[in-house]
Each structure stands twice: as C-alpha cells, then as structure tokens.
Design a protein around this ligand. Structure first.
Ligand code: NAD
Length: 481
C-alpha cells in the first residue's frame, strides 16, 4: 500500500481534509513512493492557528534555549545524514553524492541559526544627545510561511525555517508536492531535538496552500523559492495582502571562458555545473560564452567529457547524471531541444539518444548546442534540465554584454587567470552570485544569497544577516534618565 502523507500540525500528524491527491514518484524508476494530499486553505488555517498559539510562548523563550534546540537538531541531522541523502535521491533523482552535499548545505543553515544569541543582539548609543541614550532591540515578526521548490528538498527549507524559528517566529512550511518526503523527516527530527509543538508546521499541497498562506491574516511574512512566474505572483499577492515577502526565482546562468583560462579546470567545472543534478539547480550553468580563439577546443572538450558521464539511478555507485523530475518536464525539455535545432543552434551532443535503453525513468542525457544566439528560445528561457548552450564572443566586454541581456541574473562565472579581467567582470556583470574559476557559486548559510533582476523579488535576500533582518522587526528606544 502506498503511504498517504499527512500534514504536521501542532506537533502531530493530522490527516489532510484534501479531496485530491497527487502521486510522488521516484523519477529514476517511475515507482510511486507516496501520495501527497492537495490540502485546501482550511488546513492552512488550522496550521496557522497552531503556529500562533505556539508563537506566544516560543517568541518569549530565552534565545540561548532556542539555540540549544538547534544545536541538538544539528547533531540529529549529522546522525541521519545518509538516510536523508538517500531520501533526497529517492524523491528528487539527483545522485547520492549530490544529495549528500545538499544535506551538508542544510546542516550549515542550522549551524548558522544556532548562533542566534549573537545574531539577535541589538545596538546602543549611550549619548545620542546630551543625557539621552538610544538602543535598538530585535523581535520576531510572528508566523512565517515558507513555499519551496522540488530541486533542493532539504537545503531550501533549511534556508528558511531554522533561522526563522531561531529568531523566535513560528513557521508553516509548504514543501514542493513533487518532493514532500524529506520535509516530513526534517519536522520529525527537529521535534526529537525538543522543538515545542506548533513552532514548525507542514501543510502539503499546491496552489490552494500557497494562496491560503498568501491570503491568511495570521501570516506576517512569506519566504518563497521557485520559478519566476510563481515568484512574481507570490511577491505581488503577498505584498497586496500586507506581508513581507522574499521570493527567489528562476535563473539562466552564464559562464564566460577567457583564452587564458585553465581549460582542464573550466571543462570539469562547467560539466558539473551544467549536468550535475541533471541541470535542475538554480545555480546551474546554462550558457557558456567562449571568448576569442578557444571556442572550438572548449566545445570539443566539453562534448568528449559529456560522453564519459555515467547516467542512471542516482542510488547506484558512480552515477553522475540522474533523471529529471517528471515525464512532463522531460517532454518540455525535448521540446526545447527540438526548438534549438529549428532555430539554428548546432547540436553538438544530443542527449535524446542517451535514454538508458530498456530503463524506466525520466532520463535526458547531456545535451550541448553550439553557436547559440540571443534570439533563440534555448538562450532566453530557463530550461532547467541538462541542456547547455555555447555562444561565442570576441572580447570579455562582449561576453558580459551577452550575459547582461538575459532577464535573469542569479549567478555568473568567469574562467581566467587575469586579475584585471576578474575586476572588470565583477564591476560590470549583472548577477548576485559570482564565481571565479568555479562552476557553481553555491549559496552559503553565512552570507546572503542574492539574485538580481527577474531572479529575485523583494529586498532582503535569504540566509546570512539578510535572513536575520527578514525574520525580525526592530524597536528603537530613546531614554532620558
Ligand atoms: P515552481 O515555481 O513550479 O514551484 C515552487 C513552489 O510553488 C512549489 O511549492 C509549488 O507547489 C508552488 N507553485 C507552483 N505553481 C504555482 C502556482 N501557479 N500558484 C501557486 N503556487 C504554485 O518551481 P519548481 O519547478 O518546484 O522549482 C524549480 C524552479 O525554482 C526553477 O525555476 C529554479 O530556478 C527555481 N529555484 C530558484 C532558486 C533560487 O535560489 N533563486 C533555488 C531553487 C530553485
């Protein structure tokens, strides 16, 4: 019997009042691993009530005591590292190695949040005027809603709830309906660590839960991560309902390779960034811009390296490229490959032939287009699959100009040996996350994670001190004694 997931509300598993359900698949085997309820807005209301009740006590719980629960949580996550990584691979499809790394990224978020006693300190000025002192104090904001995508079932929820609750808030999480299993395990473990009932709640579902959160008067703020159209919708609707919103959106990340780059390094890094996690990373490399004379050699080397990639079930030893998330996403990806050919892209490596003969699962092999232009759909749109476009430019300036024409601006990388080129890149590229001689400038818990343009809606980014600002509000007190 396939398990039907329940919602986690007030410290208990509660059956959803949903009338519709969706299957959760293992994308490598097409096996149904669970059924997820598409909960109605009424279930959101139940969760918000539980969260509000818990907030009354949790927000006044001494900060070091809150932090101690996070220290315990960190230990439990370390203890269950392998189990969590296997679960990520099972529901998302990425390789076990990638999943193991994702668990680390999540653990780091908990470690950062456990620094709450430092992070939440205020500031004072003893003599703001004669005989007057002034001080700033931080407070939680209330109940926060979190909406997460399928591609990082552990890391993205961990950008949100550990820091939000460390700051004294209560949280209602809506995980992706395509990868809902890991979130349940995260909730169980944090309660094992001693988190009081109702501080973290999970409501499973899709649009109705999102709208329930956006419209609920008991929710003060929304953290969203997902695709661009939904991010824009969440930002506008949340703001119209008087909520603080941070909405991290889609991407089309460019890697520029200069003639003085270490090509062995560039090929290895770009290969990982373009095809690791099946291209389903918001920091994936989607476009390479080869500058000057190195274009042909770079393309030949990328193509040869892509031929050596092992494709298969991410649970198997040595597999690098797992499946993409669903058959519908595979159809969409194949549509982009066909459109790239029609629009004149030169198909150097065709991943459609790698369908892992006789194997089930939603596989697309590494695909490389050369001589792509800014007029083509494969350059404009986020494909979110193992499809890499290569473009040519005569200079770094022209390469940056190409990257800056994209409406997205999440990340960008440069491969070079030249300090002055790095400076020119840093000063003129439109992107929030920059990488030098690496393929994935990954978000780290300790720094704000920042996209620009249509890759981000809001002002305060996720993680780091921006996260602390987002999940707190301030009081200023000026005093005369
Ligand atoms: P998605 O936008 O389809 O879904 C994200 C969340 O929104 C899910 O919880 C989903 O249930 C909900 N949702 C989807 N459609 C909705 C609608 N019409 N109305 C209300 N809610 C809706 O994204 P996805 O496919 O799960 O994830 C991939 C996307 O996320 C990519 O675009 C990727 O770039 C982006 N992403 C961005 C970052 C970042 O940091 N910028 C990180 C990870 C993923």
């Amino acid at each position: 019997m396939t398990a039907t997931l329940k919602n986690w509300i007030g410290g208990e598993w509660i059956e959803s009042s949903a009338s519709a359900y969706e299957n959760v698949y293992n994308p490598a085997t097409e096996e149904i691993v669970a059924r997820v309820p598409l909960s109605p807005a009424g279930d959101v209301d139940t969760a918000v009530r539980a969260a509000k009740q818990a907030f009354a006590t949790w927000s006044r719980t001494p900060v070091p005591r809150r932090a101690r629960i996070l220290f315990k949580y960190q230990q439990l996550l370390v203890k269950h590292w392998e189990e969590l990584a296997r679960l990520i691979t099972k529901e998302n499809g990425k390789s076990y190695g990638e999943a193991y790394g994702e668990v680390l990224r999540g653990i780091e978020c908990v470690e950062f949040a456990a620094g709450a006693p430092n992070l939440l300190m205020g500031k004072q000025l003893p003599d703001i005027a004669s005989n007057l002192e002034s001080g700033m104090y931080r407070y939680p904001i209330g109940v926060v809603g979190g909406i997460t995508p399928f591609n990082f079932p552990m890391m993205v929820p961990c950008w949100m709830f550990p820091l939000a609750i460390a700051c004294g808030n209560a949280f209602v999480l809506k995980p992706s309906e395509r990868t809902p299993l890991l979130a349940n395990r995260l909730a169980e473990l944090i309660h094992e660590a001693g988190l009081p009932a109702g501080v973290l709640n999970i409501v499973h579902g899709a649009h109705d839960v999102v709208n329930g959160l956006l419209e609920h008067p008991g929710i003060q703020a929304i953290s969203f991560v997902g695709s661009q159209p939904v991010a824009e919708y969440v930002y506008k609707t949340g703001a119209a309902n008087g909520k603080r919103v941070q909405a991290l959106a889609g991407a089309k990340n460019h890697s520029i390779v200069l003639p003085d780059a270490d090509l062995d390094l560039a090929v290895k890094e770009i290969l990982n960034a373009a095809f690791g996690s099946a291209g389903e990373r918001c920091m994936a490399c989607a476009v390479v811009v080869a500058v000057g004379s190195i274009g042909d050699e770079l393309v030949n080397r990328l193509s040869a390296a892509a031929d050596a990639i092992t494709i298969g079930n991410g649970q198997s030893e040595g597999v690098f490229l797992g499946p993409i998330i669903r058959s519908s996403h595979k159809e969409r990806t194949l549509g982009y490959i066909a459109s790239g050919e029609q629009e004149g892209g030169v198909l150097i490596r065709d991943g459609r032939k790698d369908e892992a003969a006789g194997q089930t699962g939603y596989f697309v092999g590494p695909t490389i287009f050369d001589h792509v232009s800014c007029e083509m759909k494969i350059w404009k749109d986020e494909i979110f699959a193992p499809v890499l476009s290569v473009m040519r430019a005569d200079s770094l300036e022209e390469a940056i100009e190409i990257a800056n024409r994209s409406e997205f601006a999440n990340g960008a990388c440069l491969f070079t040996d030249s300090g002055s080129s790095v400076r020119q890149f840093r000063e003129t590229i439109d992107a929030g996350m920059l990488g030098i001689n690496l393929g994935v400038p990954a978000p780290m818990a300790f720094f704000p994670f920042s996209g620009w343009k249509k890759s981000f809606y809001g002002d305060l980014h996720a993680n780091g001190t921006d996260g602390v600002e987002f999940y707190t509000r301030k009081k200023m007190m000026t005093a005369r004694w």
